[in-house]
Design a protein around this ligand. Structure first.
Ligand code: FES
Length: 133
C-alpha cells in the first residue's frame, strides 16, 4: 500500500524536537475518556513552552497532532478538547477557521491551504492511546 502521507510532505519527526515532547511509549489514557467529539488535548509542561497535542478518534482510527496551527503557530482550539468543525467532518482552527482533514491534517480550506498539522504517531493498545516511535 502506498504511503498516504507521501503526498503531504509532512515531517513525522518534528514533534520530537519540540520542548517537553513526551517519549514514544507514553500512554495517554483510555480511548473511552475522549470527549463526545472523540477529541482530546494532552499538555506536557506548563506555560508558553508546554507541549500541546491532541488526538482525534474517528471511524475506528486514531490520529495525533501537535496543537499548533500552521497559519499563526497558535493552538487550534479555544474550548477544551474541541477540535472538530460544526459538521464534524474536519478539524478546525478556531482562530481563523482553517479546516484540516482528519486523516492526515492537511489544510483544505482557509488561511493555510496546502500546509498540514504536524503529526504525532499514536496507536491503540488494549484500549489505551499510546504514542509510538
Ligand atoms: S491561526 Fe489557525 S487559521 Fe489562523
Amino acid at each position: 500500500m502506498a504511503d498516504p502521507h507521501a503526498q503531504t510532505g509532512q515531517d513525522f519527526s518534528y514533534w520530537r524536537t519540540r520542548p517537553r515532547a513526551p517519549l514514544p511509549g507514553t500512554r495517554l489514557g483510555p480511548v473511552s475518556a475522549l470527549g463526545p467529539e472523540g477529541t482530546k488535548e494532552f499538555v506536557f509542561g506548563v506555560g508558553p513552552s508546554a507541549f500541546r497535542m491532541f488526538v482525534v478518534y474517528c471511524e475506528g482510527r486514531i490520529n495525533g497532532y501537535l496543537n499548533l496551527c500552521p497559519h499563526y503557530s497558535s493552538p487550534l482550539n479555544i474550548e477544551d478538547d474541541k477540535f472538530l468543525s460544526p459538521d464534524g467532518d474536519a478539524l478546525m482552527c478556531r482562530r481563523h477557521f482553517a479546516l484540516f482533514r482528519i486523516e492526515d491534517g492537511m489544510c483544505f480550506s482557509g488561511a493555510c491551504v496546502g500546509k498540514a498539522l504536524d503529526r504525532i504517531p499514536v496507536t491503540l493498545r488494549d484500549g489505551e492511546i499510546e504514542i509510538t516511535g
